[in-house]
Write a new protein. Sequence first.
Length: 277
Amino acid sequence: MIKKQKTKTLITKPNNNSSDCIAPNIIYGCLGRCLKTYCYMARFNGERVFVNENVNEIFGSVVDWEKTYKKIPNQQDPVYTMVDIACNSDLVLMQKHMPEPLIDYLKRYDDHEQLNSTMATKYPGLLKLDVNHFNKAPRVRVSLMPQRYSNVLEPKMQKIESRVHDINRLKKLGWEVHLNYSPLIFYRQWKTEYDRLFNLVNDIAGENKCEVIALTNHQRQMQRASPEAREIMRLSSEIKNGGGVMRYPLKYKTTLLNQFRQIYSQYFNLNTIRYIF
């Protein structure tokens, strides 16, 4: 179900990970296939999609927030205030449903002297926009995981090798491309799987900045997932705060993240990891 509306939730939220702040949703919801396994949107929104048409108010909220924000160089960006414009959707996949063309929405941030946009996608092959004429390169974060896991957790989505090939193409179109190893999956032979993935990325796209986020899940999603998906996600079994949210137990996660860093460092400089948790 896709519903058009004017959102009343016009709050720009501070963020210390992918961006300096998170813009109010221009689209709330997604039609990606990962919705049935791990995506947090399934917990809050199911398969509903809300298209918020009051774009001027949404962007105005970000502009007002920036006026009181004192930008200092940080891992998000040394100069510009980075705004996550799609925290609760994949705007590349959903761009035909946007209330204004994606290029026009991106241009709002480009025209502002201090703001710049960032968004994550699992469908870089659908991103055809040439932004070489922009004043500053908008950032797209391409989501990756080993193909073996993607086959089960993200069925019928763009293949991982195809996503990796899109990295260089997007750079030629003027995009700043970061990688998004999310969700990070710890499962049988995970070290071999990520070694294979890093080798693929290194051969095709070289070194890029990235972010790393370990899998978070929910009891309800685990119950709805296929037996194969549940098996891959089963180690994320520690329930936090009594709300059904499931994570990797901290006593294991710290060790596993360190092992991930060791594998990563065989291919790339560890300083290219913007954040990891």
